[in-house]
Design a protein around this ligand. Structure first.
Ligand SMILES: Nc1ncnc2c1ncn2[C@@H]1O[C@H](COP(=O)(O)OP(=O)(O)O)[C@@H](O)[C@H]1O
Ligand SMILES: [Mg+2]
Length: 362
């Protein structure tokens, strides 16, 4: 039975002192002028569902200025179950709770996954490759509990190897041991990431077709080695990474950093076979990002047999009316959504009549 977020409480969280919002099982609109706390509320919802904030804040930034302690909690319910996720910050330390029991970010992930779309995401197509990797990885982390484990292990091996490469006198035996460890972990992480990409890709393509019927969107995952192996399994990826390492190893000693592996991969979008980063109009790039977010919702529905919580932070003003309508039609009835906005004029009468509108003031 579908779970939904029913109520969120804030205590000394960012600009909030002591507030509670009741959330609609379908659509909640957070309405207010600039700096009233819309994004702060979206951030709290993301923290309590994914364990992370897109702002990557320092812990102290989450606590209201001049206060010592802060907490936020979210009731997640259906007819049968009542779950509470909670985050308490004391002495500059974060502590998560699940139904009153201490846990970590991983412990609350996956109960009600969330998909966030904010104006920064509009950079996904055009911005640095790191944004595209992060977008995919942040999604993977919520979908599959081993995704973050595999990613962490890879990142640890990468950090260790980079530390050795940074040293004035490099112990080549030690470097070799870490090269082996890095290739092993990079192989696993690469396989997790590309299998997620391969599942998401058809949905993105299909949704883009709906947004722009005249255009064909193709997306490629581009590894640090030249191209994806035809038969992608542990041994072929290990070999591709090893060959890649042999090519770059002299350069690595000069540049003092690892130059192969998934931290160097990229994702490329093509519209009618032209690179969208270079040739795509702003509208086309926006449609791609919108399609990615909708595809993520669809994939959660397919893989976890539940709908995620969709968090749309101030994106209505960034989309034209066709894309806004497509988004509102998509969420209608299919996914619980919280949208923040400065104006209600972006919504039609029908949508407004069904939504819970929370007006925020300073
Ligand atoms: N730790 C904090 N303590 C007090 N106020 C904060 C804190 N962090 C952010 N704010 C305030 O929150 C407001 C911004 O809230 P935000 O949710 O980003 O606004 P918006 O409604 O425009 O999305 C700003 O006025 C900012 O100063
Ligand atoms: Mg905002």
């Amino acid at each position: 039975m579908q779970l939904f977020a029913s109520n969120i409480e804030f205590y000394n969280f960012r600009n909030y002192s002591d507030n509670t919002f009741l959330l609609d099982p379908k659509l909640t609109i957070l309405l207010g002028k600039n700096a009233v706390g819309k994004t702060n509320a979206i951030e709290a919802l993301q923290l309590l569902t994914s364990g992370d904030s897109f702002r990557s804040p320092l812990t102290e930034e989450l606590v209201k200025l001049n206060e010592e302690q802060s907490s936020i909690s979210l009731a997640i319910t259906n007819e049968k179950r009542n779950i509470e996720t909670k985050l308490v910050i004391t002495d500059n330390k974060k502590q998560f709770y699940l139904n009153g029991k201490k846990t970590n970010a991983r412990g609350i992930r996956g109960i009600l996954p969330s998909i966030l779309f904010n104006p920064d995401d509009l950079q996904i197509v055009k911005g640095a490759p790191g944004l595209r990797r992060k977008s995919l990885d942040n999604f993977g982390i919520q979908l599959h509990k081993y995704y973050s484990q595999v990613k962490n292990e890879f990142e640890k091996a990468l950090a260790q190897r980079n530390k050795i490469l940074k040293e004035d006198y490099i112990d080549l035996n030690l470097l070799e041991a870490w090269t082996d460890s890095l290739i092993t972990h990079a192989t696993m992480f690469y396989l997790y990431r590309t299998s997620l990409f391969d599942r998401l890709y058809p949905y993105i393509k299909e949704i883009y077709k709906m947004l722009a019927p005249e255009e064909v969107l193709d997306i490629s995952y581009i590894p640090s080695f030249t191209s994806r192996p035809k038969q992608e399994d542990k041994s072929s990826v290990y070999k591709a990474l090893y060959d890649n390492y042999k090519e770059v190893k002299d350069q690595e000693l000069q540049r003092k950093v690892s130059l192969f592996g998934p931290q160097k991969d990229d994702i490329c979008f093509y519209i009618n076979q032209k690179d969208a980063r270079i040739y795509g109009s702003q509208g086309q790039q926006r449609s791609i990002v919108l399609a990615i977010k909708m595809a993520e919702v669809k994939l959660v529905q397919e893989m976890l047999s539940m709908s995620p919580l969709l968090l749309l932070d101030d994106v209505m003003s960034e989309l034209d009316s066709d894309r806004r309508d497509a988004l509102l039609n998509f969420i209608d009835n299919s996914v619980q959504t919280v949208i923040s906005t400065t104006h209600l004029s972006y919504f039609n009468e029908e949508t407004l009549s069904k939504a819970q509108v929370i007006t925020l003031e300073k």
